[in-house]
Ligand binder design. Structure first.
Ligand SMILES: Nc1ncnc2c1ncn2[C@@H]1O[C@H](COP(=O)(O)OP(=O)(O)OP(=O)(O)O)[C@@H](O)[C@H]1O
Length: 258
């Protein structure tokens, strides 16, 4: 692939990406020579049987696992060559990541968990991604504030709007251990969207969700993509698949268009 020609044009360029693991004394490629290009507004689903390398691939894209060979470029920068602070900033401000497992901090309330990413870097709250500018309240116009009103904290307001949009605003003051799996997942999605990422990566975003919540989450992701966020989703859920532009199949580490 002509990476030099494409690096400035695309939000994400994955080039010949491989990750080798060793199991019972034998090497195998969990991810094998994967190419993928995504632009703003693309909504791509990855499907494939368990153990075929999907999580390993998206973890490399997010800079959580180092590739054995190949590169991931986000906005023209090679993820593997970033120093720790630059990588942390990328993960905080440009990439939103919804993991398969529960990653909320147990000693913080739901609201504080969602606000947290906006407090980690000074300029995080002013993130430039389309989701940051978008009206997360779901389109309802807010009433003009009376002049003597206490100025609301904009971070709390944004977090509450996201929780509202995901149907879990009533849980803002609860702690993660008080939530169901599906509620935790929706809170995790709100947290991943807090800084308005330009690229949202979601591993099974509808796992644990009933049909109604699946529709809420998928309509939200579809809306974000329509507003310019690139969305990369791993899913086993045939209903969720219908919201993506197209699906790619991961089979024994190889990514292909079915
Ligand atoms: N750190 C590791 N060391 C050795 N093998 C690993 C490691 N991490 C993952 N694997 C193996 O790599 C393969 C791909 O794992 P991965 O988690 O990427 O699959 P997946 O497609 O995401 O599966 P699922 O749908 O169940 O989440 C599996 O065979 C897994 O056992």
């Amino acid at each position: 692939m002509g990476v030099e020609q494409t690096e400035r044009k695309h939000l994400l360029v994955v080039d010949d990406l491989t990750r080798r693991f060793r199991r019972r004394g034998k090497d195998f490629d969990a991810v094998s020579h994967v190419d993928l290009v995504m632009d703003e507004g693309d909504f791509v689903a990855i499907v494939g049987r368990s153990g075929n390398g999907k999580s390993t691939l998206i973890s490399m894209i997010a800079g959580l696992i180092e590739p054995t060979s190949g590169t991931v470029r986000v906005d023209g920068e090679i993820v593997g060559r970033m120093d720790d602070r630059t990588l942390s900033r990328l993960r905080n401000q440009t990439i939103g990541f919804v993991m398969q497992s529960q990653t909320l901090l147990s000693n913080l309330t739901v609201l504080d968990n969602v606000v947290l990413p906006a407090t980690l870097f000074d300029d995080a709250a002013g993130a430039a991604g389309p989701a940051a500018q978008s009206d997360v309240s779901g389109g309802e116009a807010s009433d003009a504030m009376p002049e003597d009103a206490i100025t609301p904290d904009p971070l709390n307001e944004r977090a509450m709007a996201l929780l509202e949009r995901l149907g879990v605003a009533d849980l803002a003051g609860s702690y993660p251990k008080e939530l169901s799996g599906g509620e935790m997942r929706r809170v995790s999605i709100a947290r991943a969207l807090m800084n308005g990422p330009r690229l949202l990566i979601a591993d099974e975003p509808t796992g644990d969700l009933d049909q109604e919540s699946t529709e809420v989450v998928m309509n939200l992701l579809r809306g974000l993509a329509d507003e310019g966020t690139a969305v990369l989703m791993v899913t086993h859920d045939s209903e969720a698949l219908g919201y993506a532009d197209y699906a790619l199949r991961m089979d024994a580490g190889v990514l292909s268009r079915p």
